[in-house]
Design a protein around this ligand. Structure first.
Ligand code: FMN
Length: 186
């Protein structure tokens, strides 16, 4: 479903790949929400931990309510922003599971053809770039239009234990990603 044409507001679905209460990626997602320019609203989908493991047998008309909620949030969004750490060199399972749910119905998922950007932070010196690249690859297969050149992989050490909003360069880079992603919404 396309974004609601009655509204001039651009809605961006935000998916966070860490469920941890003190997640730095969640803080980065909060910063993205705060960075939204006029006319753009970012909404974090807080319920990735409630999704069942993807299973075609339960992907039916009465699919679990958290899946319905995720797909409904994706349907009213014009774009999606993924904010994720790297787990063991790859995508955290909770995020990959969400991608799998959003990839169905195959060829007609709720984010089909919508722009998606992937950013995040991880402990390693490359800031989680493997996870970010693989998230772009997976979402690219799942149906959305991945914006390949919107990249931000932040080694968490550079944040010096502070909230990401306290590092001016990070705040500016996040704002730029949000603005460029919103500009991709047709
Ligand atoms: C299960 C697990 C696997 C991890 N694997 C990696 C990794 O492959 N690369 C990396 O840079 N950091 C890795 N880390 C460290 C995370 O980058 C770090 O804990 C990060 O802060 C997690 O994101 P969060 O603060 O948003 O929860 C891993 C952490 C966990 C818990």
């Amino acid at each position: 479903m396309a974004q609601n044409q009655d509204s001039a507001e651009i809605n961006v679905l935000v998916l966070v790949g860490s469920l941890r209460a003190a997640s730095i990626n969640r803080q980065l997602a909060d910063l993205a929400v705060e960075s939204a320019p006029d006319g753009v609203t970012l909404q974090i989908f807080d319920r990735l931990g409630e999704l069942p493991h993807y299973n075609e047998d339960i992907d039916t008309e009465d699919v679990a309510e958290p899946v319905q909620a995720l797909r409904a949030a994706a349907a009213v969004a014009g774009a999606a922003l993924v904010v994720t750490p790297e787990y063991n060199g790859s995508i955290p399972g909770v995020l990959k599971n969400a991608i799998d749910w959003l990839s169905r119905p195959w060829g007609n998922g709720a984010l089909k053809d919508k722009p998606v950007a992937v950013i995040g932070t991880a402990l390693g010196g490359y800031g989680g770039v493997w996870a970010h690249d693989e998230t772009r690859k997976s979402f690219g297969i799942a149906g959305p239009r991945v914006i390949e050149d919107l990249k931000l992989s932040i080694p968490s050490k550079t944040l010096d234990g502070k909230h990401p909003r306290e590092t001016a360069e990070v705040a500016a880079n996040v704002r730029e990603v949000v603005e460029k992603l919103a500009a991709e919404v047709s």
